[in-house]
Design a protein around this ligand. Structure first.
Ligand SMILES: C[S@@+](CC[C@H](N)C(=O)[O-])C[C@H]1O[C@@H](n2cnc3c(N)ncnc32)[C@H](O)[C@@H]1O
Ligand code: SF4
Length: 348
């Protein structure tokens, strides 16, 4: 039985103007207290055997790696579990990776976004491509066996040639896994209020196809709309989410799901720390999905994945170039992956 743990680190050195995640740039004084609260919260949780851990953010590499390693050792993580930490390229050093590796980390996910300096600047990122190369070298030197590169396409001023350069330079690093996300305009972000910087759908489609061609040629197979991996390097933790598995989220704003009930934690680090320190629940709210909603959500998630959905679950009439039927399953074609949300409307 799979069981996941998500740990949220809500601190960043600066905020990227497209990002809507629950993270703060002015609360670094809370870091140590926050990590101690995480440790206490995980210890009191009475977890079942944990088969995957994902430390995300925010910026997990901003906090003291020794304290983060203590947090990673706090739960009943089974041997062979997948343990991932999200890393910002600027922060990654070999000693930090060695501390993580000794605490059981066997996968890191590096927030690369682009390998072209002017695109990184327009995304508001502080690193440069050389940092990414150094970060990957540090991960390898520490003996961490697998890693992901996160990429974003569609930033203002990014040409198709720029994106191809990012793909080429990212693939030179021989990643085991790549996530490539279309830049999403999130309400409440500075990007939202600047329509001239919003990505264009046709440009995004061209970039998606360029990415799929490049990754496939490099031996990375698409297994979810935005994710490619070498065989055996698919992210087990994310696959658990997409299969509606059970997981608990620790830390401020972290989400959880257990047996059809999902719930989420208090949003600010202050309130999370206060709840743990006073022995209270860290939960802000939750909801129980009815059977039909849960089933439909399960199909929507499955449709985005390589194995697709049972043929009976999708009305394929008129969707000829968007889906393909193989035996009892129907899955998205590459064109279909670009229009996954529209195809989803035909699930039944
Ligand atoms: C929340 S971040 C955390 C990791 C780390 N702080 C970083 O930015 O590299 C995880 C990933 O989400 C993606 N992301 C965040 N906001 C996005 C947006 N508005 N559109 C597309 N991708 C986004 C980025 O690829 C990023 O690496
Ligand atoms: S994208 Fe990453 S580094 Fe940028 S603000 Fe969001 S969590 Fe922080």
């Amino acid at each position: 039985m799979s069981f996941g743990v998500y740990v949220h680190i809500p601190f960043c050195s600066r905020r990227c103007d497209y990002c809507a995640f629950a993270t703060w740039t002015d609360r670094h004084h809370l870091q140590e207290q926050y990590l101690r609260a995480l440790l206490a919260d995980i210890r009191r949780a009475e977890l079942p055997p944990v088969t995957s851990v994902f430390v995300g953010g925010g910026t997990p590499t901003l906090v003291d790696p020794v304290l983060l390693a203590d947090v990673l050792r706090a739960g009943p993580v089974v041997p062979g579990a997948e343990v991932t930490v999200e890393c910002n390229p600027d922060d990654v050093t070999e000693p930090m990776m060695a501390i993580f590796a000794a605490a059981g980390v066997n996968r890191v996910s590096i927030g690369v976004q682009s390998m072209v300096p002017h695109v990184l600047r327009s995304l508001g990122r502080s690193h440069d491509p050389a940092n990414v190369e150094r970060a990957v070298a540090a991960v390898r030197a520490a003996g961490i066996p697998t890693f992901n590169l996160d990429l974003i396409y569609g930033g203002a001023g990014e040409t198709l040639a720029d994106w191809r350069e990012t793909l080429e330079r990212a693939l030179e690093l021989a990643p085991f896994h790549v996530s490539a996300y279309a830049l999403t305009v999130e309400a409440g972000t500075p990007l939202f209020d600047q329509p001239e910087r919003h990505p264009d759908d046709d440009d995004l489609a061209d970039k998606y196809e360029a990415a799929d061609d490049a990754f496939t040629a490099a031996g990375l197979a698409n297994y979810e709309v935005s994710n490619w991996a070498r065989p055996g390097h698919e992210c087990r933790h994310n696959v658990l989410y997409w299969a509606q598995g059970d997981y608990l989220g620790f830390g401020s704003a972290a989400h959880s799901h257990r047996a059809g009930r999902r719930f989420w934690n208090l949003r600010t680090p202050e309130r999370y720390i206060a709840a743990v320190e006073s022995g209270e629940s860290t939960e802000a709210a939750g909801e129980t999905l009815d059977v039909d909603t849960r089933r439909l959500e399960g199909l929507q998630l499955a449709l985005r994945m390589r194995d697709g959905v049972p043929v009976a679950a999708l009305d394929v009439d008129g969707l000829e170039d968007l889906v393909e039927v193989e035996g009892e399953r129907v899955r998205l074609t590459r064109r279909g992956r670009l229009l996954a949300n529209e195809v989803s409307l035909r699930l039944r």
